[in-house]
Unconditional design. Structure first.
Length: 67
């Protein structure tokens, strides 16, 4: 079994409805052009004037580099 090499990219997802929708939308869109997506890490969200006006998440998405 060979060793794997991975890469991380940064995505920013947004949604007027929920953090889950923001994450799902960003990953769904990225999966159309990037193969082997394996995991994601959510780094932060957005707060405006003490309230959530629009959900925005910055995440790192990891994927395996093809052999």
């Amino acid at each position: 079994m060979g060793e794997h090499v991975y890469k991380k990219i940064e995505l920013i997802g947004s949604s007027p409805n929920s953090i889950t929708e923001a994450i799902d939308g960003a990953i769904s869109r990225a999966s159309k052009t990037t193969r082997n997506l394996d995991w994601f890490e959510v780094d932060e969200g957005q707060i405006v004037n003490g309230k959530v006006a629009h959900y925005q998440v910055v995440m790192k998405v990891g994927f395996r580099i093809d052999e």
